[in-house]
Structure formats: structure tokens, C-alpha cells
Write a protein that binds this ligand. Structure first.
Ligand code: AMP
Length: 214
């Protein structure tokens, strides 16, 4: 089963994708993670996209389509969760072509609904353990012992450079301008299902499971 998690920044796509990986053995393909990895390893492409990402703008279709194309050639036995891809109509068309070429189908597009106020609150407070990547939040989820990761005991934490109010505003504008048209695109194909992105992680995961098992 191949699915897309669609939604604005901060809707919880990454969190829910990780759960699906654990619970269903699916493969998470996050273009945001791939681009951040390219930056950390200092590849030419990583250097090229750094300023664009920090500003909250979208990188070119050709770059992200290339990243996904490469991953789809690997082992994706349990199915793929596309997280943060596609983000434009051109990317959606390219994905459709790539899947068809590989004899695969897109089985569902789960659109996660969260209001802007909630998104801003979620994003500007989030941080992760630098060692294991466990996620925390200034208001909703602090580590049990101050400054110590609950999961691995790490004591260093990081915040995404684009998780500030200015970049977030650009990310939201990019989302509404370029990504939200995908809602109509997939609705017209009969593939779209809505879930409420508010509520506990378990509730959202339960709603997504209902869509996938339907
Ligand atoms: P994310 O982690 O999904 O929020 O992505 C972080 C940033 O990476 C975005 O703000 C964009 O600059 C870039 N990015 C990630 N995925 C895409 C995509 N599919 N198309 C264009 N830019 C992307």
C-alpha cells in the first residue's frame, strides 16, 4: 500500500508517518528529511537548497522529484508513506508517472486538517533530541527531567532553522498557494480522505488507520 500524508507544516505528518513505519512496516519517504540530510553531509545539492529551506520556500520540483525517483528504485516492500511530497501539481503528476512506470499504485491520500493558530503554536515550540531525534515541545511535551531526553538520555537538543515565525509564515503561504490545490486534484481522482489533525497522537493515528483499513 502506498499513501500520501498531505497537510500544512506542523500538521503531524512526520509523527504519524513514523508510527506507520513501526506499526505496518512501511517505508517513510520524507523529502524534507532527505534535503536536511543533504545539507548536513554538505553535498552540492544540499548547499544549493539551504537558503531556500531556511526562508521557508519550496525547492525546485526537479530536485525533489529526483530524490523520490532514486528512493523508489530501492526496496519498498511494505509500501511507502510519502511525507511532504508531492507539494505541487507538477510533483503529483511526476509521482503518478513514477508509480505507473514501476507497476505500482497510489492507494490513499490522507489530508490532515489543522487550523493555522494551532500550527503556529505547534511549530514554534518544537524541538528534538540531537542524538535520537525524539520530539518535544516547550508547552505540550517537555522531557520528564529538564534537559535530558526521555528516550536516550541525550542532553543536546536542536530546533529546525525554519521553525521560526517568519519562515513559518512563508511556509504556510507556499502551502496554500502551491500545495493545497492537490486537495482538489486527489479529490477528483476519488483518492482523498480527511482526518482531523487535532487531538492526541493516538486519536489521529486511529483515524488514519480507519482510512487505510477501509
Ligand atoms: P518539511 O520537513 O517537509 O517541512 O520540509 C522542509 C523544507 O524542505 C520545506 O520548507 C521546503 O523548503 C523543502 N521541501 C521539502 N519537501 C519539498 C517538496 N516536496 N517540494 C519542494 N520543497 C520541499
Amino acid at each position: 500500500m502506498n499513501i500520501i500524508l498531505l497537510g500544512p507544516p506542523g500538521a503531524g505528518k512526520g509523527t504519524q508517518a513514523k508510527r506507520l513505519v513501526e506499526e505496518r512496516g512501511m517505508v517513510q519517504l520524507s523529502t524534507g528529511d532527505m534535503l536536511r540530510e543533504a545539507r548536513t553531509s554538505g553535498t552540492a545539492m544540499g548547499n544549493k537548497v539551504a537558503a531556500i529551506m531556511d526562508a521557508g520556500e519550496l525547492v525546485t520540483d526537479a530536485i525533489v522529484i529526483g530524490l523520490i525517483e532514486e528512493k523508489l528504485q530501492g526496496d519498498i516492500g511494505g509500501g511507502v508513506i510519502f511525507d511532504g511530497f508531492p507539494r505541487t501539481l507538477a510533483q503529483a503528476d511526476a509521482l503518478s508517472e513514477m508509480l505507473t512506470r514501476n507497476g505500482q499504485t497510489l492507494d490513499a491520500v490522507v489530508a490532515m486538517e489543522v487550523n493555522d493558530h494551532e500550527l503556529i503554536e505547534r511549530i514554534t515550540g518544537r524541538f528534538t533530541c540531537a542524538k535520537c531525534g525524539a520530539g518535544y515541545h516547550d508547552a505540550f511535551k517537555l522531557p520528564a527531567a529538564e534537559g535530558v531526553c526521555d528516550v536516550c538520555g541525550g542532553t543536546e537538543f536542536t530546533r529546525r532553522k525554519d521553525d521560526n515565525e517568519e519562515s513559518l509564515q512563508t511556509r504556510l503561504t507556499e502551502y496554500y498557494k502551491k500545495t493545497s490545490p492537490l486537495i482538489g486534484y486527489y479529490h477528483a481522482k476519488g483518492q482523498l480522505a480527511w482526518v482531523k489533525g487535532l487531538g492526541s497522537m493516538d486519536d489521529v493515528a486511529g483515524d488514519i488507520a480507519k482510512v487505510l483499513d477501509a
